[in-house]
Write a protein that binds this ligand. Structure first.
Ligand code: DC
Length: 223
């Protein structure tokens, strides 16, 4: 079975690229960020501060997450509610980043993530897939881009969705999230030693996709 681990900072294009690649290669796509976002959403709805580890830990026994593919699209269910759309906000993204610093939350999601890697050829994206979750992944890619390039892409997506955040707000969020994700003690964002670095600052989607396919094919071809 082939596993492709894709890690990198917020807004590097991981989920867009991973989703498309999984489709092209016929692999199962596992979006681990959606799991952290769902836990973050649950905490917000419960009126808890996502950064309050003791409060969030108490909620975990109430949380059941399930991933399913519907019409070729990945959906995430939080206690049987499809929250795939609801989790795509800056507020939930920040909450996800806060709960991601919580080692108990990481342990709670670890088995779920590892078990998904046993179900077939997969492509998993996140922050610690190559370093912690799947240290023996067939291929590891560390996808990055400058904070400005990442903020611009995210801002354009928001514009298309009719949302009002300014570029400056999005850039500030990107930088804050980088600090939080790379600076935390529990499984900080970092490149695995055996990961291939791909900087997409100056690549468009098609070029990034082609570069990733080449990295995967080179590694898988060696097997
Ligand atoms: O990839 P994303 O933007 O959907 O992730 C949201 C947050 O979740 C991110 O800022 C950090 C956290 N996260 C994590 O800690 N570990 C992962 N494997 C995936 C996401």
């Amino acid at each position: 079975m082939i596993s492709v681990a894709i890690d990198g900072p917020a807004g590097a294009g991981k989920s867009t690229l991973a989703r498309q690649l999984a489709r092209d290669l016929g692999y199962i796509y596992v979006d681990t960020g959606a799991m952290y976002r769902s836990v973050g959403l649950y905490a917000l709805r419960a009126g808890k501060d996502p950064a309050d580890q003791a409060a969030v830990n108490q909620l975990l026994p109430q949380i059941r997450l399930r991933l399913a593919v519907l019409d070729g699209e990945q959906h995430i269910y939080l206690n049987d509610e499809d929250v795939s759309g609801l989790i795509r906000t800056e507020q939930v993204g920040m909450a996800a980043s806060a709960v991601g610093a919580n080692p108990t939350v990481r342990a709670f999601l670890l088995d779920l993530q590892r078990n998904m890697a046993k179900t077939g050829n997969i492509l998993m994206d996140g922050r610690d897939i190559g370093t912690v979750i799947l240290p023996n992944a067939t291929v590891k890619i560390f996808l990055t881009a400058s904070p400005e390039a990442r903020a611009r892409r995210r801002w354009l997506e928001y514009q298309q969705a009719g949302r009002s955040e300014s570029y400056e707000e999005v850039l500030a969020d990107v930088k804050q999230r980088d600090e939080q994700d790379a600076g935390r003690a529990a499984a900080p964002l970092r490149q695995a030693e055996d990961a291939v670095l791909l900087d997409t600052s100056d690549l468009d989607l098609a070029q990034s996709l082609a570069a990733m396919k080449q990295i995967i094919q080179e590694r898988v071809g060696e097997m």
